[in-house]
Design a protein around this ligand. Sequence first.
Ligand SMILES: [Zn+2]
Length: 273
Amino acid sequence: MIIDGHTHIFTDDMVCNKERYCDDRQFSLLYYGKAKIASAEMLIESMNNNAVDASVALGFTWQKEEYAHMHNDYLASVQQKYKGKIYAFGALALQGDMYKQIESIKQLGLYGIGEVAFYADGFGEEEEWLLGQILALAEKFELPVCVHVNEPLGHIYAGKYYTDMRTLFALCTHYTRIPIICSHWGGGLLFYELMPEVQKSLQHVYYDTAATPFLYQSGIYDIAIQICGKQKIIFGSDFPLLDCSRYLQNIEALGESKQCVLSYNIKKVLGIQ
Ligand SMILES: [Zn+2]
């Protein structure tokens, strides 16, 4: 079984009239111009082409509450329409009332929160406070969270910002009652799991493989498993940025660990095991 743990879908109107939504600072930073976005149908088509059984459709961290609402209504409807094939995480708006937003994600029956990201202003003190608030509410409503984390070094690309590892580590160690998926290999947070006390504190933290072909050599899959174990790595493609086919060969090569990466771990996070 293959579950893609990191994809992004948007409403049909957002896909067809992308520029209309570029008055949202977070959205325009990532998607203004050529960057493509996809609808649920486009995701399902790609899944069929790659023999993917199910996908986690992540929301987006908007600036504007109105767009996050529209997005979540759509995510809930396609999750219902493609039952067992799409598991959606709710979108948030940085400007909105967090309590109400996360309560509504729970009421809509979405499976988690995220991808939480701070593209427009980066990860400063205000964002640290906000992420803490999101994690606290996620614990209250028992929802896993997917957090976007960039690697602090290397090439620059749209939406890349610096996340202080000590701050991220402190937040992750404070909110341990929910699974936290640190995307893009946690920006390298996972490498510190070679330190026993760090590993012990991050038992509820998972790392996804999103965007790997753009970021790391293919040796990272094996090395990551050696560092933190096969039960912590989640396959995610970042579709439509990248297609599943760019990952599956490397994950197939992991032998007995591959089923954990391809489905067991994300099932555990989603609570569908
Ligand atoms: Zn991301």
